[in-house]
Design a protein around this ligand. Sequence first.
Ligand code: FAD
Length: 415
Amino acid sequence: MFDFIMSEGQKKLRDEARDFTNWVPKEMILDMDAEKIQFPHEYLKEAGRRKLLGLRLPKEFGGRGLGWVEDTIAAEEIGVASYSLACLWGVGADIVCDAIVEFGIDELKKEIVVPLLKGDTFAAEGLTEPRGGSDFFGATTVARKDGGDWLITGQKRFVVGAEGADWFLVYAVTDPSAPPHKRITAFMMPRTKGVESKYIYGLMGVRGGGAGRLIMEDVRVPERYALNGINGGFDVFVKMMIPERLGTAAMTIGSVRPAIDIATKYSSKRKAFGQPIMNYQAVGFKVSDSVMLLDAARSLVYSSALAIDSKKVHPGKCRRLVSESKKFVTEAAWEVANKCMQVMGGIGYTNIFPLERIVRDIRLSMIWVGTNEIMQLIIQTEWYKEFLKVLSKEKVRNVEADALNADKSEEIVYE
Ligand SMILES: Cc1cc2nc3c(=O)[nH]c(=O)nc-3n(C[C@H](O)[C@H](O)[C@H](O)COP(=O)(O)OP(=O)(O)OC[C@H]3O[C@@H](n4cnc5c(N)ncnc54)[C@H](O)[C@@H]3O)c2cc1C
């Protein structure tokens, strides 16, 4: 984040997150990338020890009670060490715990959130099914009532922490006869009898987070583990898309940032035709465009964070801003990663520099937590709603009337 807009407290938090990122052992990053580690428990343990998990959550459960601006400042720094680690930092503490604090009963907050923010346990999220992730409300995982409990049966796919998690936030259909938005329940499901993780995927990047398929066969879950009550999953899903997507945007900035640092250093020293390659505009402009893209990305994330923190901005507009952040940042990051690799020439494509890992990691950002096409859908929907209901009625200059032939109403034909 830009240091000129940070308060002293925010700078201190940034430095704490940087210290933590500097602590991360190189072997952990390499072993995760080589899939020798499937789930780095000690990373979360250390984050918990430093009180760097669940920054926005109330202090009584182990959080710091901070806002979104602070969260994005920390997430950028956390992202620097590895995209995969940043994901683990965010999923359990920033997303699942947020859902429990917002929608769970007090007992669950003590039972799940407190140990999780200490780094003793981890919670994963199961939304995507083999049948599809974008069409979330077409879920086929079901839960049927059995006495005071519910029995969950179905499958989820690509769950980060399928290997390694103690808890899963899973969505299941509890009232098949109801319309899609009223038939789903969000359950906190422990790793217990009937839960199996399978197929730890061979991933292009973002490895070592235990991403796999989750198979559930009559998993018994007490009704009190339902967040927002039975059939209340819609509100949980909608609310959780904020931390999913804004958190992802912020950590993506951090994960791609080192690419610019590497390319800047290299191009200022590497010579061709007798001079540093940064002097060739074809090279220097790639770096300058990367810097510009990342600054623009930061600005959008910062304004989105401010909008949510203010609590004064309409939820629809927040949804649009968050979706814009996710789409813009991830596409900018992909462009930045590729431009920086190009600046390096052949050596950028080798593992002498970590750029090839950054490129592999960043590619996922446009796919997960809702694809960028789904972000477009949300931006489109929210923009038309907002413009037609609100913005078109604001007292701004009617520029349409400034056209030379604006009075030729017979030419303004709509159907
Ligand atoms: C490494 C990794 C980790 C992940 N971690 C998790 C996790 O922890 N938990 C979890 O629940 N999920 C996770 N995911 C899943 C991820 O969020 C989904 O892959 C993603 O949402 C897309 O779903 P899908 O793969 O089923 O693609 P589909 O939904 O089948 O989409 C396929 C294509 O069709 C497009 N498309 C679909 N519908 C529309 C539409 N209406 N308009 C325009 N285009 C459309 C999509 O944009 C995409 O390009 C992870 C995925 C990966 C690869």
